[in-house]
Ligand binder design. Structure first.
Ligand SMILES: *[C@@H]1O[C@H](CO)[C@@H](O)[C@H](O)[C@H]1NC(C)=O
Ligand SMILES: *[C@@H]1O[C@H](CO)[C@@H](O)[C@H](O)[C@H]1NC(C)=O
Ligand SMILES: *[C@@H]1O[C@H](CO)[C@@H](O)[C@H](O)[C@H]1NC(C)=O
Length: 970
């Protein structure tokens, strides 16, 4: 079909294969047609040349042409011309007997009784209908795998029709999908735990490095490759980093490494998803990174976005020039090999970038902002190459028509996104969790990615689930991590769907993959089950989602009401201790609110009678309503900055001194506005020590909605706790609070605490004039009047800290012979490895704020984190809770605030019934107050009303009250 409109003469058009390339599809097709014709001509002419050379070669040397060039080398170059002018097409799936990745000896497998999402709409569904979600469903089916391929997907496949050595896997009705594809990962090139010696993510010697390849730095032994697979991810695009404008070649790998894949050895070749290497991939990046990393004033660019565009254009100019020289050479040589005076022009430096211009290399571009996107789209039109996807495409949802659809080529670029990770740098400050839905409404493709290790790619399917929560239709959300990335990688006929002929990359899940806490029970890659004895969570299957339009967790705030509101249809009350935890789910309860305060929960007959008389009473009926406490964000930088990496918006790092969070409070930020909407009405934040998730000074407890710290009730705890950091960031930094070693850090802390004890022992003779000094706070700490929060991850550091607690408690008991012996109130913040000392923490009554909630060994001191089923029996939080340690879910980064309810939901749902709804709710609300010894004051506590369980993906927030005299309705 590509040869339509071929010109009359067989060799017309050779030498100017791009001259007719327009933006429109018709002309694209035509020029492809010209290329095909050109190839045929080249082959014919090469033969004619061969004959010709032998009659008109070099007089003395039969091996040389008249111009003294090696005939053998020229022929080789002419053959290269053929390769240069070949455009790949997506490799097909069907027609294969076995996958090229198949390892001899793997037995065929029948997966029985699964509920299958094939990724394809029902036959006869038009593409418009399919885009809107029609024709998709979960179907009851068996799936037969053989030779590394899906051989059939059908109901009741008869055993008698299968090979005798077939393995049987009973899926017991559980959901089965294609393996998850993560289209943006740095696994292997930034292997974990992060170590300087293993980091190979960006080649920083120059800004334009199209000639480097991620494959050359992938560590197949990176354990994270296995962790990622345990989340059902079978395929990843491993990209170089984004520090360079042109970062180098990327590669698509499968997470089947060595023995787990039935192979005896481990090599990179075995990782390649397409051993035929049909397509190549290139990473480019615009915006903040390159200008910050590469520019040097007066010496080299880029120092601005202006300079970056020049770097791109200059690189493309050079590649275009060389490409033209190659095309001219190929044409001349194909006509008369004796006529050429040089070999084929070729530079390895530009080879891959020329491949981009020849349509052989898929381009993936990291671009956040409108100017970046617009400039890059201009480059695509100036140099005529398509972009497969913009990654970190935070602002594409603002310009779907004006910019994305103006990009060169047939299909507008897809947007590779996080669901709700933002605010960390200026270019990520503007973003929307609703971007996916918005792009989908414009017929544009959205793909959710991890940027592992930015997010743990194990949970990339959770990004898709959240996208669904934020309005992307169900089928599009599932496609966003399966068929959509497969198609963008040029592997859409092999990966991303459960169809016969496709690679047998399959996941059987314990629940709907777009539900909270969904976990694989088995993963197959190339037809081979990856786990011999996977840990399986004890949980009910639950409902498997019916494809529906996206949800909307937040609707626009409709109003703030200071009068009376009667909420009906409440099925669960997770707010007060007094109610029976086994309360019914029959939507019988009412909640009556006046001036933003709850005046009745229950049947409230008398109150309803009385209030109903007032015409001003508002009535809101909820379906399956949940009454919960508001959430508290602990340990983040909320209230202390707006954009993490912009120092003007940030309180700063407090390495050199000990300060109070309240003195740095900066309210009224976008983050805090969103926090209130998401029910996170309170935050407790301490100054940073050295970057996010480190702390130094006293934390302040404040209300998210306050515009200034002087508003009444804005501050509920001026000095909530005393914080020090004892993680890896203490070493080697500048400033008095840094140490050369971890041991010195512990020693300094012990010394400070013992000095505080000594002052007390001296009978308070030392007059402390500044009650806000570090010394004064430490005095309160050793007396047990204030909690000491120590930020640490490693089990070794936590052990050291527990010994310090014994030292201080001993010292205190020697000076205080009272009955109520003061004990140090200690909390560990971070706690990735706390589960290793869970019993000791419990008996010392030390609490833990897990931050992140689910650590994954991203740094050395977190390497023993448990990543959960199917690899480990539970995560750290399960062990801590089982051991009786008071636990809290903290925020390692501010964007996590939107997810607090869902994270508590993961704990609840994956606990095998051990963590009830109320206990899960406390992880993000009351527990922190208990740990810090703070009252969550009655009337000012506030509440949140949800429609649906706040632990489920399809719940939404309907009302938030902060104890400020009114309730916000959504
Ligand atoms: C499939 O599994 C479900 C859940 O275990 C079970 O109820 C059903 O009977 C099974 N069906 C068949 C055909 O085995
Ligand atoms: C792995 O090694 C065993 C024992 O040497 C051998 O029998 C088998 O064929 C090897 N498998 C592969 C896939 O090379
Ligand atoms: C999306 O595609 C449909 C069907 O082709 C079309 O009707 C609709 O106008 C398109 N929407 C946009 C915003 O382009």
């Amino acid at each position: 079909m590509d040869t339509q409109k071929a010109p009359a003469g067989p060799c017309a058009g050779i030498g100017q294969p791009t001259s007719s390339w327009g933006r429109r599809r018709a002309s694209l097709r035509r020029s492809r047609g010209l290329r095909r014709v050109g190839l045929a001509c080249l082959a014919f002419i090469a033969y004619a040349q061969w004959r010709q050379i032998h009659s008109s070669g070099h007089p003395q040397h039969p091996d040389l042409t008249a111009h003294g060039l090696s005939i053998e080398r020229l022929r080789h170059d002419l053959a290269t011309c053929t390769k240069l002018h070949t455009t790949p097409t997506d490799p097909t799936g069907s027609g294969r007997d076995r996958s090229a990745r198949y390892v001899e000896g793997q037995r065929p497998t029948l997966i029985r009784n699964a509920t299958v999402w094939t990724g394809e709409p029902a036959e006869g569904t038009s593409s418009e209908e399919a885009w809107a979600g029609k024709g998709y469903s979960w179907i009851a089916s068996d799936v037969f795998l053989e030779g590394g391929l899906i051989k059939s997907v059908a109901e009741d496949i008869q055993l008698s029709s299968l090979p005798r050595d077939v393995l049987i896997y009973d899926a017991r009705g559980r959901p089965l999908t294609a393996g998850i594809i993560d289209m943006h990962s740095h696994a292997g090139v930034h292997s974990l735990p992060t170590l300087r010696g293993n980091e190979d993510v960006s080649e920083l010697s120059a800004d334009i490095t199209p000639y480097v390849r991620s494959l050359d730095g992938i560590q197949p032994m990176d354990r994270q490759l296995q962790v990622i697979k345990s989340g059902g991810v079978t395929t990843s695009l491993i990209l170089p980093g984004s520090s360079n404008n042109i970062g180098g070649e990327a590669f698509v790998i499968k997470h089947a490494v060595g023995r787990a894949d039935g192979r005896n050895e481990t090599s990179l070749r075995d990782l390649l998803a397409d051993p035929g290497r049909t397509w190549r991939y290139m990473k480019m990046g615009c915006g903040e990174n390159a200008k910050h990393v590469h520019g040097k004033v007066g010496e080299r660019g880029p120092l601005s976005r202006l300079g970056e565009s020049w770097e791109f254009r200059h690189a493309f100019e050079r590649a275009s020039k060389l490409r033209r020289e190659q095309d001219d050479w190929c044409q001349a040589a194909s006509v008369d090999l004796n006529s050429v005076r040089s070999y084929l022009p070729y530079k390895i430096e530009w080879e891959a970038l020329i491949g981009v211009l020849r349509g052989q290399v898929h381009v993936h571009v990291h671009c956040y902002t409108i100017p970046d996107l617009e400039a890059f789209v201009d480059h695509t039109n100036e140099f005529k190459f398509p972009v497969k996807a913009f990654h970190h495409a935070h602002q594409t949802y603002l310009v779907p028509e004006q910019i994305l659809k103006r990009a060169w080529g047939r299909d507008p670029p897809a947007s590779a996104l996080f669901a709700d990770n933002m605010w960390y740098k200026a270019e990520s400050y503007i973003g929307s969790e609703f971007a996916g839905k918005h792009l989908h409404d414009h017929n544009l493709t959205t793909i959710y990615v991890s940027d592992n290790p930015v997010l743990n790619a194990q949970h990339v399917v959770f990004e898709a689930a959240k996208a669904y929560r934020y309005g992307l239709p169900y089928h599009a959300a599932l496609a966003s991590v399966t068929s959509a990335p497969a198609e963008r990688l040029g592997l859409g006929q092999r990966l991303g769907k459960v169809i016969s002929g496709f690679d047998a990359d399959i996941v059987v899940w314990d629940s709907d993959p777009l539900s909270v806490g969904a976990t694989p029970v088995q993963v197959w890659i190339d037809g081979a089950a990856q786990y011999e004895s996977p840990v399986e969570l004890n949980k009910p299957l639950g409902n498997i989602g019916t494809p529906k339009g996206g949800l909307s967790v937040i609707r626009d705030k409709s109003k703030s009401i200071d009068g009376v509101v009667i909420f009906t249809g409440i099925s669960r009350n997770l707010l007060s201790e007094s109610t029976d935890d086994s309360a019914t789910k029959d939507e019988k309860l009412k909640v009556i609110v006046s001036k933003g305060k709850i005046i009745c929960v229950g049947q409230c007959e008398a109150e309803v009678r009385e209030m109903s008389r007032s015409r001003l009473t508002e009535r809101v009926h909820l379906k399956d309503g949940y009454l919960t406490p508001p959430y508290t964000a602990f340990g983040s930088t909320l209230g202390l900055n707006a954009i993490e990496s912009e120092s003007d918006t940030d309180n700063g790092d407090d390495r050199d001194s000990f300060s109070r969070g309240i003195d740095g409070l900066a309210l009224g930020t976008e983050k805090l506005r969103i926090a209130s909407q998401y029910g996170v009405t309170r935050a407790i934040s301490a100054p940073k020590f050295a970057g996010i998730n480190t702390h130094h000074g006293t934390s302040v407890g404040f209300k998210s909605s306050a515009d200034t710290a002087l508003q009444p009730n804005a501050i509920f705890a001026p000095d909530a706790a005393v914080h020090y950091t004892l993680d890896l960031s203490v070493k080697g930094g500048r400033g008095t609070a840094s140490s050369p070693s971890l041991s010195a850090t512990v020693g300094t802390l012990r010394h400070k605490l013992l000095a505080a004890v000594a002052e007390l022992a001296a009978g308070g003779e030392t007059v402390i004039t500044d009650q806000f000094s570090e010394k004064s706070f430490l005095r309160r700490v050793v007396q047990g009047n204030m909690t000491l929060c120590l930020t640490a991850h490693s089990a070794d550091m936590i052990s050291a800290v527990l010994r310090v607690k014994v030292d201080i408690d001993d010292a205190m008991s020697s000076i205080k012979k009272t009955e109520n012996e003061a004990k140090l109130r200690l909390v560990i913040v971070g706690g990735a490895e706390a589960h290793l000392v869970a019993r000791e923490l419990a008996s010392a009554r030390v609490g833990v704020v897990l931050s992140p909630a689910f650590a994954f060994g991203s740094t050395w001191d977190q390497r023993r984190a448990l990543t959960g089923a199917p690899l480990t029996n539970g995560t750290g939080i399960d062990i801590l809770i089982d051991s009786g340690v008071m636990t809290v879910i903290g925020l390692e980064e501010d964007w996590v605030l939107r997810d607090l309810g869902l994270l508590a939901g993961v704990v609840h749902k994956n606990s095998g019934g051990r963590v009830g709804e109320r206990a899960a709710m406390k992880l993000i609300s009351q527990n922190i107050y208990q740990l810090l010894g703070l009252e969550m004051q009655g009337d000012e506590t506030g509440f949140v009303l949800h429609e649906g369980s706040p632990f489920e993906i399809d719940s939404s927030i309907k009302a938030v009250a902060e104890g400020n005299g009114y309730v916000d309705l959504y």
